[in-house]
Ligand binder design. Sequence first.
Ligand SMILES: C[S@@+](CC[C@H](N)C(=O)[O-])C[C@H]1O[C@@H](n2cnc3c(N)ncnc32)[C@H](O)[C@@H]1O
Length: 219
Amino acid sequence: MIEASLVGRRAFILENTRLQAPPHTPELRLHLADEITPIWTLTEEALAEIGLPPPFWAFAWAGGQALARYILDNPAIVSGKRVLDFASGSGLVAIAAMKAGAASVLAADIDVFCEAAIGLNADANRVEVAFTETNLLDAPPPAVDVLLAGDICYERPMAEAVMAWLGQGRAAGASVLIGDPGRTYFPKDGLAKLAEYQVPTTRELEDMAVKRTSVWTLP
Ligand SMILES: C[S@@+](CC[C@H](N)C(=O)[O-])C[C@H]1O[C@@H](n2cnc3c(N)ncnc32)[C@H](O)[C@@H]1O
């Protein structure tokens, strides 16, 4: 049984993941699972009463890998700026932003494991990332300079809500960058493509070994 505490969740992550480099950002190290089914089953078994979502935090998703790559290669986008990484998962994009010289990064995710996962992953890369479990979609985006979101369009209601919310942030003056591997609910209209990558992934996760993934901005 997973102890229902941050310490318990950190121990669970350390026990069931391996510190490894996401293929598209080899300069970073994250505690990631090698296969989705065993860790999903383990978390479901242990926390069945909570009705657990998939362990997104245990993988570096193609959209996040592309966005992190773009930020690492174009540090001026975040350098010296206040950054929010929405739907942070493992914290990959947030960590890339800190590595690229952001003044501060707030990682937001509603998954109960993310605080532990992002904390461990930030430590592994020797950066500090603030974290919130609050559902930020319930209010306009906080005052930041840059809004980042990796792989957020895999479900229609979430995609629609996040895109509208990011639009609010853009209207308030923030730069907005999104990483997306062609998910069904990603709306290309009104967005400008900044980069395209071939991101290695796994057949188990995505049913293909490489996913064409783009980084977009709201002009
Ligand atoms: C496919 S994962 C992407 C994670 C990471 N950005 C990446 O690319 O590796 C989607 C993430 O969205 C998070 N999420 C879903 N709804 C959310 C919400 N309302 N606020 C914050 N995060 C949310 C999930 O918990 C999950 O970690």
